[in-house]
Design a protein around this ligand. Structure first.
Ligand SMILES: NC(=O)c1ccc[n+]([C@@H]2O[C@H](COP(=O)([O-])OP(=O)(O)OC[C@H]3O[C@@H](n4cnc5c(N)ncnc54)[C@H](O)[C@@H]3O)[C@@H](O)[C@H]2O)c1
Length: 257
């Protein structure tokens, strides 16, 4: 219950979906949480007695402002959840250079900027916590295995997986008390996935996409947002004090096969 008491977290893309669930889980474990998003996340922030800051993860200026906001509001930063992300499915022939770059801009550059600007802030008081402060990057099963029509997303989530390891090593070897780990969800029922299913239905008339998505998991069903939020809260805590550079797969067995 109070595993994260005294710690302060920033969750990007926290207005809905996995970010909102992670923000709630961290708050339930005692952290003070700042929700950031391009969309309005003030309702989630109010629910958990936290704070909301408007923040586009592709903007370096807005990253600097968001980290400064967290420090000013709650006295420091101990946990960053790099969660904001975008997704679509397209055959390679339909992906444009512009759309490919946009996917990398949000999913890869957004995480890079988060690492760059949050690591120094988290390191400032990493000594306070057993295992130090923590960054959790939302990658995906798509960061481990490829899929047709997911070239741009695969590229972005594969990059997040290895940026996590590079940052983890740099922090550990550099004596900075910041652990960096990635989480790799299977398919979770969030607006991201219901919107994708709707887009597929609109383009092809196929209406059973969520059922097909569920069937990809040996456990036979989609994941729940709380399944991912629990992994995030664990990695943020001192229970994961010896974990850095690791990839936590939460996918109902999808990538075990
Ligand atoms: N849902 C899944 O099945 C699944 C699986 C694997 C990985 N993921 C990853 O988990 C993360 C969250 O996914 P979700 O399903 O909750 O998505 P979602 O689309 O439901 O929510 C994403 C949130 O990110 C915000 N966002 C988008 N672009 C942003 C930007 N430039 N700056 C700040 N915020 C921005 C959106 O406004 C939204 O609130 C993403 O990184 C996604 O790739 C999701």
């Amino acid at each position: 219950m109070s595993e994260l008491a005294g710690r302060v977290a920033l969750v990007t893309g926290g207005a809905r979906g996995l970010g909102a669930a992670a923000a709630k889980a961290l708050a339930a474990d005692g952290a003070k949480v700042v929700v950031s998003d391009v969309a309005d996340g003030s309702a989630i922030a109010a629910e958990i007695d936290g704070a909301f800051v408007q923040h586009d993860v592709t903007s370096e200026e807005q990253w600097i402002a968001a980290v400064a906001f967290v420090k000013e509001r709650f006295g420091g930063l101990d946990i960053l959840v790099n969660n904001a992300g975008i997704f679509w499915m397209k055959p390679i022939a339909m992906e444009t250079l512009e759309s490919f770059r946009r996917m990398q801009q949000v999913n890869v550059e957004g995480v890079f900027l988060g690492l760059k600007h949050a690591i120094p802030a988290i390191a400032e008081r990493g000594d306070k916590w057993d295992g130090g402060g923590a960054i959790i990057n939302l990658s995906s099963v798509a960061g481990i295995i490829g899929s047709p029509m997911m070239l741009a997303y695969n590229a972005s989530k594969g990059a997040v997986r290895l940026m996590t390891k590079a940052a983890a090593l740099e922090c550990a070897r550099g004596g900075m008390k910041v652990r960096v780990n990635s989480v790799h969800p299977g398919i979770i029922n969030t607006p991201m996935m219901s919107n994708a299913a709707e887009a597929i239905a609109g383009a092809s008339g196929v209406n059973d996409t969520m059922e097909r998505f569920a069937s990809f998991h040996p456990m036979g069903h989609l994941g729940r947002d709380i399944d991912i939020a629990n992994a995030v809260a664990f990695l943020a805590s001192s229970k994961a004090a010896f974990m850095t550079g690791s990839e936590m797969v939460v996918d109902g067995g999808m990538t075990a096969a």
